[in-house]
Design a protein around this ligand. Sequence first.
Ligand SMILES: NC(=O)c1ccc[n+]([C@@H]2O[C@H](COP(=O)([O-])OP(=O)(O)OC[C@H]3O[C@@H](n4cnc5c(N)ncnc54)[C@H](OP(=O)(O)O)[C@@H]3O)[C@@H](O)[C@H]2O)c1
Length: 258
Amino acid sequence: MLLRDRVVVISGVGPGLGRGLALRCAAAGADVVLGARTEARLAEVAKEVAGLGRRAVTVRADITDEASCRGLAEAALESFGRVDGLVNNAFAIPPLTDLGSVDLDAVRAGLETNVLGTLRLTRLLTPALTEHAGSVVMINSAVLRHSRRTFGAYKMAKSALLALAQSLATELGPQGVRVNTVAPGYIWADNLKWYFDHLAKKRGVTAQQVYDETAATTDLRRLPEPDEVADAVVFLLSPLARAVTGQCLDVNCGEWHH
Ligand SMILES: NC(=O)c1ccc[n+]([C@@H]2O[C@H](COP(=O)([O-])OP(=O)(O)OC[C@H]3O[C@@H](n4cnc5c(N)ncnc54)[C@H](OP(=O)(O)O)[C@@H]3O)[C@@H](O)[C@H]2O)c1
């Protein structure tokens, strides 16, 4: 119970890692505040959290909107009176188009969500986090580790998010607040399963073959599941990581070394 009776706010709770984060934080003893724009999905995850014996508050929130973020921060404090952890999971993938031709407004929109939205929510929760030597975790991506074609705009956004995490670690460290990053590679959840099925059909092979070929590029010969990524986040939120700040932990079964 690494997070017993702590309160963790999670932005961008979707069916993949967001759900895993909520459930692993709850399993570690935390109550959670779940934010995203789709209320029905939040309600489903909250039900699962309740099934683990912890409380979940859901707030319809868009991190690109100041009033909406303020509502999320206020709901957390009104419901639980404290915030110990913040996981910035919400993200937007800009168009996967070469930088030579990508629409600049779309690149700007990607930065707005991934970077400025994350900063907005983190700033609003900083006073509460400061009261309890809180911990912030940014969810980044293995796009940090490569420069493959068409990923340029996404890499720009996630690289800026890493810079944000490191600079905030320096700014907030004297107040006792830690800021770290977790960078997953592949996450073996519904989106990727759907994509591998799609690739398999296109190539006339089985989805298992696509999985095996991809897994062969990792040291552990498999792809991480959402709970395995979430557990790394739980560690960074917990007192076990009390001397860790400004760091990026890659969780990718050894696909990239960092
Ligand atoms: N999936 C992967 O393979 C993978 C790989 C590497 C890194 N990651 C990182 O892992 C994180 C989670 O990815 P995931 O695919 O597993 O997604 P997820 O947790 O299933 O869902 C993320 C959710 O973020 C929400 N969101 C988007 N824009 C938002 C906004 N403006 N305000 C509030 N919420 C917003 C969306 O829900 P609403 O539409 O309801 O708001 C979306 O469902 C991301 O940071 C991603 O970069 C994922």
